[in-house]
Design a protein around this ligand. Structure first.
Ligand SMILES: *Cc1c(COP(=O)(O)O)cnc(C)c1O
Length: 354
């Protein structure tokens, strides 16, 4: 039976990407060697890294605009501390939109003052705060563009008169945006780009070099940029697979095309959540994520019946995070409309039967 993968992360990748990555593990481009046994300093791998960085900048429209892309390790969670290590001298501002923001705030506090500019904690993070002011004494403002657990997403990027940093782990490359509004953004690969093991960081170089502390080499953006992501041995498989996804994105028509497709999937699913009396959406409508749709049954007594319907249809990974409960359908770039249609069918079947 075909399984439809709604997992929040690690999550669905395009089938052809998984196929090409598997082929490369056996043999990379007729070289007689596996991708995972060649030197990361070999011409073949240096080209892979260069192309991945170039494509990331091109897709975000940041080529030639003073930005650099690097592929690092330690997940997005290491970026929580690395961003502060490199950029927080006195005080930074954070918008708290949930678990991942809170983790970023916790790490930043080790390096300086942190001002929580706004928070949606009062309503269990079911909305994106608006209408706050960002004072110019901050070293930077940090946001989480898509809140994987709660299913909220910034639809417009807030104006900021200080450098703007963003955790984009769960919506990188999912929609066209003016990426030049950001001075630094990062994403763990395993949500919308590749396997776990690498984190893409895109940095405007001019924001670096302003803090007075010494920074260990592995955690120093400037050092990682100068060494072209190869200060130490990079996670070659994760970088290569991410590159395959970046090529796939371009072949799909780029971020405009993917954004339109993602919006269609989200509209279809939220339409059913709103129409079907057995379901209720968790996130505020205007802030609903096009990547992670969170919803609950209006009657908890139907949980087992609905779970069984989904299971019989081959739908996997729909259980909501424990801090929200209910269901979460992660509908990342690689998830086809067909999978969303099947989920909607199950929701309608439940309604017909009750
Ligand atoms: C998954 C996730 C993280 C954590 O990523 P790791 O790579 O596991 O450290 C951070 N932020 C967001 C928004 C996420 O969805």
């Amino acid at each position: 039976m075909k399984i439809h993968n709604f997992s929040a992360g690690p999550s669905i990748l395009p089938h052809e990407v998984i196929k090409q990555a598997s082929d490369a593990v056996l043999e990379l481009d007729h070289s007689g060697l596996s991708l995972i046994e060649i030197s990361h300093r070999s011409k073949a791998f240096v080209e892979i890294m260069d192309e991945a960085c170039e494509r990331a900048l091109r897709l975000t429209g940041l080529e030639g605009k003073g930005y650099k892309a690097v592929f690092l390790q330690g997940g997005a969670s290491t970026q929580f501390l690395m961003a502060a290590y490199n950029l927080l001298e006195k005080k930074a501002g954070y918008i708290n939109t949930g678990t991942w923001s809170e983790k970023a705030i916790k790490e930043a506090k080790l390096f300086g003052d942190v001002e929580e500019i706004a928070s949606s904690k009062d309503k269990n993070f079911n909305y994106i705060p608006k209408g706050y002011t960002v004072t110019s004494d901050l070293d930077y403002l940090h946001i989480t563009t898509n809140n994987t657990i709660f299913g909220t997403q910034y639809k417009t990027i807030p104006a900021s008169n200080v450098p703007l940093l963003a955790d984009m782990s769960s919506d990188i490359f999912s929609r066209p945006l003016d990426y030049s509004k950001f001075d630094l953004f990062y994403a763990g690969a395993q949500k919308n780009m590749g396997p776990a093991g690498t984190t893409l960081v895109i940095i405007k170089e001019s924001i670096l070099g302003k803090v007075s502390r010494a920074i260990p080499s592995m955690l120093n953006y400037k050092e990682q940029i100068d060494k072209e992501s190869m200060y130490n041995t990079p996670p070659v498989f994760a970088v290569y697979t991410s590159l395959l996804t970046l090529r796939w994105i371009e072949a799909q028509g780029g971020l405009e095309a993917l954004g339109a497709k993602n919006a269609m999937k989200a509209t279809h699913l939220y339409g059913e959540i709103d129409r079907n009396p057995l379901f209720t959406g968790f996130a505020a409508k205007e802030d609903r994520s096009d990547m992670n749709a969170t919803f609950n049954l209006t009657n908890d007594g139907l949980t087992e019946t609905f779970d069984n319907l989904c299971k019989a249809a081959g739908l996997s990974g729909l259980k909501g995070h424990r801090s929200v409960g209910g269901y979460r359908a992660s509908i990342y770039n690689a998830l086809p409309m067909e999978s969303v249609e099947l989920l909607v069918d199950c929701m309608q079947t439940l309604e017909k039967n009750h």
